[in-house]
Design a protein around this ligand. Structure first.
Ligand SMILES: O=C(O)CCC(=O)C(=O)O
Ligand SMILES: [Fe+2]
Length: 339
């Protein structure tokens, strides 16, 4: 009888121990995003969902300013309901932002239990909650993230914000097309999103969709800044930025691929076609800060909880106009080290 065959070890090493594969890196540069399944195992997703459930249960409603985070198409002007102190001082805190439909009209009365009414939690889960630190910048996963950031071209990757986006059944709002570098602006745009599905995200419950390659034809032309509102209070607004030739030329290492490239037609939100990014729980999606992406509402009964954090290049100028500020200034943004 022939000896039983021993399965040979896999020749394709797990991408997650060795960082991004050349193919994944290429995909990120070409498409502006890359989907990496099995980044977290199911038990880790379950543990994080349980942490989120505790946060949603425990936060006190009593002193909450009932801030509603607008996910609607408020792209043209400042919007009073986001531009309040609770939002503008959330950069180093764990704060809870309600869905637009969380309240009965003209009333502070919630339409459902608070656990089911939150749009997102932000913006410093990574500094306050060890379970989120451990999938962002500490321990083996933090090292892996640092390695991926280095592969993407970062010299001094800084983790500047983290969020849980709840997209709860029935009420989870749509996120209109946008580029993350508008909201996390550096003089030469450098933001990259690490987006992690903790539950399956499908067309049914409002998964992400992407305008493939739009990062190569859509310079960042405006930024989300602090602004004084009529009446004197501090709020937010969109401000146009001058688009230089260099504006879209990031990350480093990508420049040479653009050499000799035909000047592509400038992208616009209206003209783009969006491809669904349906993913299983545990999947990581890396998103270039210039890439147009969006998500639809979640009218289904299925949750679509995700965790995301964003990294910028510490060597690029981050100024005081940006909506997101933390004590200590940009120098205090968390270093992503060990890559
Ligand atoms: O999760 C979503 O629906 C949108 C998230 C997003 O736009 C981001 O993380 O940059
Ligand atoms: Fe985004």
């Amino acid at each position: 009888m022939p000896p039983s065959r021993v399965a040979s070890p896999p020749t394709d090493p797990q991408p997650l121990t060795n960082g991004l594969t050349p193919k994944q890196l290429q995909q990120f540069h070409t498409d502006g995003y890359v989907i990496i399944p099995d980044y977290l195992d199911q038990s880790r997703c379950t543990a994080l969902l349980s942490t989120i459930s505790t946060l949603l249960h425990d936060f006190p409603l009593k002193d909450h300013p009932m801030t509603k985070f607008s996910t609607g198409s408020s792209s043209s002007s400042s919007s009073a309901h986001v531009g309040d102190t609770y939002f503008l001082t959330s950069g180093d805190q764990v704060r809870f932002f309600f869905e637009e439909d969380a309240f009965s009209q003209h009333s502070p009365v919630l339409t459902r239990p608070k656990e089911r009414a939150i749009n997102k939690i932000g913006h410093a889960l990574h500094t306050h909650i060890p379970a989120f630190a451990a999938i962002s910048h500490t321990g083996p996963t933090g090292q892996l993230n640092a390695k991926m950031a280095s592969q993407l071209g970062f010299h001094d990757p800084r983790l500047l914000q983290s969020m849980v986006i709840c997209k709860q059944p029935e009420i989870g709002g749509a996120v209109p097309p946008h580029q993350d570098s508008t909201f996390l602006y550096t003089r030469r745009p450098s933001a990259v999103g690490f987006w992690i599905a903790l539950e399956d995200a499908t067309a049914e419950n409002g998964c992400l969709s992407f305008a493939r390659g739009s990062h190569r034809r859509t310079p960042v032309s405006r930024r989300f800044v602090r602004a004084t509102e009529e009446g004197g209070g501090e709020g937010t607004a969109f401000e146009d930025v001058e688009v230089g030739d260099e504006a879209a030329r990031w990350p480093r290492g990508f420049e040479h691929e653009r050499e000799g490239e035909e000047k592509e037609k400038q992208g616009s939100e209206a003209e783009e076609e969006y491809e669904l990014g349906e993913v299983n729980a545990g999947t990581l999606v890396l998103i270039h800060g210039n890439l147009l992406h969006k998500s639809e509402k979640n009218p289904s009964q299925k949750g679509r909880m995700i965790y995301t954090f964003h990294v910028i290049e510490g060597e690029e100028q981050y100024d005081e106009k940006n909506w997101l500020q933390i004590p200590g200034g940009p120098e205090a943004f968390t270093k992503l080290e060990g890559g």
